[in-house]
Write a protein that binds this ligand. Structure first.
Ligand code: NAP
Length: 254
């Protein structure tokens, strides 16, 4: 049995793959030999990130994409599949978090925006990518980055928790339906991870201590601690794993 995971010859699409958790996932997949398309809004930042990852075994290819725009998602999937080949691994990682605060202050517009970026984008990408996986009979791996806030309401996070809970239920529903065709669908629920996204929670030392200090593993989570989990789920080593929610939170929800 080989102890090293290889994704040589595989094509992956990671939304938001240029920084934070998405970047760590990209590094893990590309280090294992996959060609990884990183897609988000800021092409210059993606190009810089791809250049920094050029030493990895697999190629990292930047593509501009606002995941809330249907036409962008179509273009990225089409360009990936025509220039690099069919997508084997899809990581729905990009997310936004507007409307943090009291539930009664949130608006229709905020809810629709949150759904568009955090749920509809994943729904659309799955609909674009999975039919090809099924038709080719080559299998595939979908990984949805949710959150522990989708398991338990985040204080002041009505919309964030709602969208992540929705993504978790879609994960399990997709897993049931696509499993017989060899397409696995799993979710990762990170706890507090040190990225730009969660800066509010960790930049202030006392707030960070209050949150992470109570965890059985009391350190602030790092993006690479999610990257390696995604590598496992993406690989054939996880061939019996689908519909699973992998909680990686230092034991915060234990
Ligand atoms: N950090 C945490 O503590 C934590 C905890 C639980 C779950 N998560 C989840 O982990 C995932 C990654 O978060 P992170 O912490 O790594 O955040 P991050 O470092 O802020 O990265 C967010 C990524 O999403 C992209 N993005 C945002 N809006 C986008 C849009 N409209 N279209 C395309 N891409 C967009 C950003 O790229 P551009 O700016 O270039 O578009 C960026 O690459 C998210 O799903 C988040 O909900 C994070």
């Amino acid at each position: 049995m080989s102890a090293t995971i290889s994704l040589a010859g595989k094509i992956a699409l990671v939304t938001g793959g240029g920084r934070g958790i998405g970047r760590a996932i990209t590094e893990a997949l590309a280090e294992a030999g996959a060609t990884v398309v990183i897609a988000s809004r800021k092409l210059d930042k993606l190009e810089a990130a791809a250049a920094e990852m050029s030493h990895l075994k697999g190629k990292v290819v930047p593509m501009a994409c606002h995941v809330g725009r249907k036409e962008d998602l179509h273009r990225v999937v089409r360009d990936t599949e025509t220039t690099l080949g069919p997508i084997d691994i899809l990581v729905n990682n990009s997310a936004t978090n507007i409307g943090q605060g009291p539930a009664l202050d949130t608006t229709d517009e905020m809810l629709l925006k949150m759904v568009e970026v955090n749920v509809l984008a994943a729904f659309r990408l799955v609909n674009l990518v999975v039919p090809g996986m099924i038709a080719r009979k080559t299998g595939g791996s979908i990984i949805n980055i949710a959150s522990i806030s989708g398991l338990k309401p985040q204080p002041g996070g009505l919309l964030y928790s709602f969208t992540k809970a929705g993504l978790l239920m879609m994960t399990r529903s997709w897993a049931r339906e696509f499993g017989p065709a060899g397409v696995r669908v799993n979710a990762i629920c990170p706890g507090l991870i040190q990225t730009d996204f969660s800066e509010y929670y960790w930049k202030d030392q006392s707030r960070s201590k209050e949150l992470a200090g109570d965890q059985p593993l009391p350190h602030l989570g790092q993006p690479r601690e999610i990257g390696h989990a995604a590598l496992y789920l993406a690989s054939d080593e996880a061939s019996f794993v689908t519909g699973h929610t992998m909680v990686i939170d230092g034991g915060a929800t234990a």
